[in-house]
Structures are given as C-alpha cells and as structure tokens.
Ligand binder design. Structure first.
Ligand code: DX5
Ligand code: ZN
Length: 219
C-alpha cells in the first residue's frame, strides 16, 4: 500500500503543530521535512530545531530530506532531533556508501535522492544498502513547481533495478504531486508520495490528504 508524506515546506509555520496534527488525523503516513542550506539549493529553510519541534507534535515517522552540502557534518544532530528516515542527495556525497552506513549506524533508515538530471546508474552499486530511493520530479529548492514528465520513466526504471538486484528500497517521489499527477506516478511504481502545496496550499487540508490517499490506494 502506497504511503503519503505531506511536506511541511508549504505549511503555515506560525501554526506548525496544528498543521501537522491536521494531516496526521486525516491519514498521512509520514511527515516530510525539507532541509535546505542556500548552497546546494537556492533556498534556505530550517535545521534540527524544527525537526525537534515537529517530533513533539506527532507520532508520524519524520522523513527528513537533506538538501545540504556536507550532510555528514549534521547527521548526528538530525538523528538526535528525531529523524526516522534521513535522505541525502547523491550529488552532495563523495563517499556515499560511508554516509549511508553512518545513517544506519545511528539507527535511522537511510535514503538517497537524485536530482532530475542525475542518472540512476550513480546509485546502482549501493542499491542493497539503501532503505529509500527519493526521485526528485522537480529541481529541488521550492514547493509549487510543475511535475517533470520524464520522471515517470525514471520511476519505472528504479522499480526494475530493484527487482533485478533483489533490493528492498522504497521508491519515493517528490515534486509536483497532485490529484492530477498522482495516478501516473502510482502506475510507474511509486511507494511513497511527497506532497507539499497540493495539501497545505489547498482550501481544505484535511480533504486533500483524504483525496490523495484515495488516489494512491486504488489500483
Ligand atoms: C522541493 C522539496 C519538496 C517540496 C515539494 O525541493 O523537496 O519536498 O515540498 O513541494 P510540491 O509538492 O509543492 O511540489
Ligand atoms: Zn523534499
């Protein structure tokens, strides 16, 4: 059964705890937290302090997406703040195997993310090691961008790669997920759907969670 991970990037931070509880009560499965450093991506968001605050507000697993350079420097801090899944970008890790190992040693699930322009071949040799493969379907940095259609091929290929290698990673897709795009993404093989603006910028946050869950739960 596919999972829904609302991204708090598009939420109202002056009411963060309330917004988190609302998506949790409406059926969200994970909470996606976008960490940006203004270097790897042209935008700044938040660090471990907000992860810690989110942790206090929910029982949902915290799915922490690090869009930062030198992620190794901050893994301990993000783990201690309450991250359940820590995802790093392949493009930021010179020694990706070491970084993945460190995340797992800490006790979190380890994810790797690929930008739209980064091929799957860059993670082929570590597919056995990862718990999650996060395929970016927009260029990371901002919410509210349009879904890049070619991501569908990448999702399909990622699913084939998993079968071929007898690997177990979940395929997560992030960027431009909405009522309009979710079905195609599901059919391509996505397991975890990140959705920011289509939930938090909608007129009815609770109804949007319910509706998206319905779409990703039907065959
Ligand atoms: C973008 C972030 C996403 C963002 C998605 O860099 O990684 O998680 O919140 O936003 P939407 O769903 O609005 O495309
Ligand atoms: Zn994200």
């Amino acid at each position: 059964m596919a999972l829904l991970a609302p991204s708090i990037l598009s939420s109202d931070f002056s009411n963060l705890a309330q917004q988190i509880r609302l998506v949790e009560m409406s059926g969200a499965d994970w909470l996606h937290c976008d960490v940006m450093d203004g270097h790897f991506v042209p935008n700044l968001t938040f660090g471990p302090i907000i992860i810690k605050a989110a942790k206090k507000s929910t029982k949902l697993p915290l799915d922490v997406h690090l869009m930062i350079e030198n992620p190794d420097k901050y893994l301990d801090a993000f783990y201690e703040a309450g991250s359940d899944i820590i995802t790093v970008h392949q493009e930021t890790c010179t020694h990706l195997h070491r970084t993945i190992s460190k995340i797992k040693e800490l006790g979190a699930k380890a994810g790797v993310s690929l930008n739209p322009s980064t091929p799957l071949s860059t993670i082929e040799d570590i597919v056995d090691e990862i718990d999650l493969l996060l395929i970016m379907s927009v260029n990371p940095g901002f919410g509210g961008q349009s879904f890049i259609k070619n991501s569908l091929n990448k999702i399909e290929t990622a699913a084939k790669l998993r079968t071929k290698n007898n690997a177990n990673y979940l395929i997560e897709v992030d960027g431009g997920i909405s009522k309009q795009t979710a079905k195609d993404v599901l059919n391509a093989g996505c397991d975890v759907f990140v959705a920011g603006s289509s939930i938090f910028k909608s007129d009815n946050i609770a109804a949007s969670v319910v509706e998206l869950k319905k779409i990703i739960s039907t065959n």
